[in-house]
Design a protein around this ligand. Structure first.
Ligand code: TXA
Ligand code: MG
Length: 318
């Protein structure tokens, strides 16, 4: 299959929606990362998403909608979720009790009685969802276990020839996946740190975010090793070792080949650059014959939580 490159103009968006209607898989930009979209009500289309990513099929997908009014036929909104709806559209995913008869493919929810819902803010994602008209199931547009895609070029790197098209809307502004919140015993719990900082959520719920007690799935995004470059990664490092390149943050001396996530120590800038930097560090290590790279400490505040979450999975034993 030749993967088509679509520009994010009217014609490109219409072509992408037509692919979705025909049961094909299309990658599209959101403000977090590129998603790999399929008609969430079409079993065969959703199966193609799992196949293109080589994703284990016990791992459920996020359902993307254009606005909150579309949730009613798919999921219930618990009281504890009400205050969080103001974060939509945006980099937030809520795991909600699933309704019967929603028409969603069972592959999307991997047999769970909950469904993950996200309403993205990116104008191109919004136009695509409105033009398609129904729920779009979309994981991040990368081969399973690998680094997420924050540009169309990243998507082509990993999935060219395996999907129908890429709807190119440039670089993703947030650069990290959505924050995923679930609900247990009437309270919000953090399933994955992401683009909305924990403090913003706690301000809206008026409560500390809990950790999930119920382990419903052991999904790749929640597995130890994920977001993995080819070379070794060592985090919270003071300095690179002889066989390492250096991924800095803030004012680090340039002591080895490498890059800096944000010379001014800006966490939003570091988040937006993270996945591109992980890909480039891979190439730098290979070019210099280095075994891996060391990463400077990232403060564990705001978006730093999500950055450290992704880095620790990139560094985990494979
Ligand atoms: O920003 C994002 O969230 C991107 C864009 C494309 O929307 N999507 C994304 O999807 O990161 P993915 O598939 O790479 O990560 C979704 C995570 C997975 O770890 C999956 O296990 C979890 O969401 N998930 C999906 N449905 C769930 C459910 N019903 N209960 C618990 N976790 C769920
Ligand atoms: Mg992913």
């Amino acid at each position: 299959m030749k993967t088509e490159h679509l520009n994010s103009d009217q014609a490109g968006i219409a072509a992408a929606a037509a692919f979705l209607q025909r049961g094909e898989v299309v990658a599209f930009a959101t403000e977090t990362v590129y998603g790999l979209g399929a008609d969430a009500c079409n079993d065969a289309a959703v199966a193609k998403v799992f196949a293109a990513k080589s994703r284990p099929d016990f791992n459920p997908l996020i359902v993307h909608l254009a606005d909150v009014s579309q949730i009613a036929s798919i999921a219930e909104i618990p009281d504890a979720a009400q205050n969080l709806l103001s974060l939509w559209p945006g980099p937030l995913t809520l795991v909600l009790p699933r309704k019967q008869g929603s028409g969603l493919s069972d592959l999307v929810t991997a047999g769970l009685d909950t469904v993950a819902i996200r309403i993205p803010a990116h104008p191109v994602a919004q136009q695509l969802l409105r033009s398609f008209g129904g729920p779009v199931a979309a994981p991040s547009a990368n081969p399973s276990g690998k680094v997420s895609a924050t540009s169309a070029a990243h998507v082509f790197d990993g999935l060219s020839g395996r999907i129908a098209a890429v709807l190119d809307a440039g670089d993703c502004a947030v650069g990290l996946e959505s924050t995923i919140i679930g609900f247990e015993n009437g309270s919000a719990v953090l399933l994955r740190p992401g683009g909305v900082p924990v403090a913003e959520i706690e301000k809206l719920t008026g409560q500390k975010l809990g950790q999930p007690k119920v382990k419903t799935i052991s999904a790749p995004g929640q597995l130890a090793s994920h977001y993995a470059p080819d070379v070794a990664v060592r985090i919270n490092a003071k300095a690179p070792r002889a066989n390492e390149a250096w991924l800095g943050f803030g004012q680090n001396p340039r002591i080895a080949p490498g890059l800096n996530l944000s010379p001014s120590a800006d966490l939003a800038e570091a988040a937006a650059y993270l996945f591109d930097a992980l890909r480039k560090m891979d190439a730098i290590c290979k070019k210099h014959g280095l075994q891996g790279f060391a990463v400077a400490p990232i403060p564990q505040t705001g978006l730093g939580l999500a950055i450290n979450d992704r880095l620790s999975r990139a560094a985990a034993p494979r």
